[in-house]
Ligand binder design. Structure first.
Ligand code: ATP
Length: 248
């Protein structure tokens, strides 16, 4: 089953409705008919997802249903065996590895369950890294990276090494790193999965607020219904197929 098309927009959608934010224009990212196999096992059967600029989309489903695989195909980390992924009108799935890597560096941001910060670099240097990889000189990159710290509640932690950060602080540094290149789409895979409930809520609030503030769309894989409810809409993945999840 394909994700159903958005209903025609009729003014401001109501809070709690399946589509809380009016989506207009073409999606920035579109995936259709995705099939992905690992050896003999087909993990995605006919998955589809549209992401509009600035919207927040939760991806939910049972363990092993293919959520992460869908995220990897959408973001060009993996190529699907069939189907198409299109970013701003251009095919992603047919690009070379190098061009997909470039797209990931420049247009997309990633937040994972564990931030994977480089231990020998300071927090600000970790955030600056994607900017430096994109060609920004070190000093400018660190200055620009540091501007993200206050909004993420990280003021004063710029010079800290990751080993001296709490789990929540480290994840917020990871969020800053994902936002440093001003991506159009941020992909988050269980971003609060390793945190306690309170810290997770805090981190999720900052992720949602900072992505929305910067106009980035957010696609977040989560098992947490409370997180999904805070997103504009939810897409369910079951047995490798996607469908829009109606909310009660
Ligand atoms: N590299 C791989 N090789 C073989 N099988 C894989 C590989 N990656 C994932 N799988 C399998 O594909 C299926 C879907 O995995 P995926 O990680 O996409 O699911 P998920 O819905 O994100 O699961 P979870 O909620 O547990 O993280 C699972 O059965 C998994 O074991």
């Amino acid at each position: 089953m394909r994700e159903s098309s958005p209903p025609p927009s009729s003014g401001r959608p109501q809070r709690g409705a399946p589509d809380r934010k009016a989506r207009s224009g073409s999606p920035v990212l579109t995936a259709a008919g995705l099939v992905k196999r690992y050896g003999d096992t087909t993990v995605l059967h006919d998955a589809a997802l549209d992401v509009h600029g600035g919207e927040t989309v939760a991806v939910m489903g049972p363990s092993g249903s293919g959520k992460s695989t869908l995220l990897y195909c959408l973001s060009g980390v993996m190529t699907p065996d069939a189907g198409t992924v299109t970013y701003r009108g251009e095919r992603v799935d047919t690009r070379s590895d190098g061009r997909r890597a470039e797209l990931r560096r420049t247009e997309f941001g990633f937040v994972f369950q564990f931030p994977g910060l480089l231990p020998e670099l300071s927090a600000a240097e970790n955030v600056a890294l994607p900017l430096m990889l994109a060609g920004t000189d070190r000093r400018t990159a660190i200055t620009r990276a540091s501007t993200l710290f206050p909004a993420l509640g990280l003021d004063g932690l710029e010079r800290r090494r990751p080993g001296a950060l709490s789990g929540g602080q480290a994840q917020r540094v990871g969020i800053a790193r994902a936002l440093a290149t001003e991506p159009a789409v941020v992909f988050a895979d269980e971003p609060t999965g390793a945190l306690d409930t309170e810290t997770g809520d805090e981190v999720m609030s900052l992720l949602l607020a900072s992505a929305v503030e910067r106009g980035a769309a957010l696609v977040v894989v989560t098992h947490d219904e409370r997180i999904a409810r805070r997103c504009d809409r939810t897409v369910a993945v079951a047995d490798g197929r996607t469908s829009a999840l109606e909310r009660s």
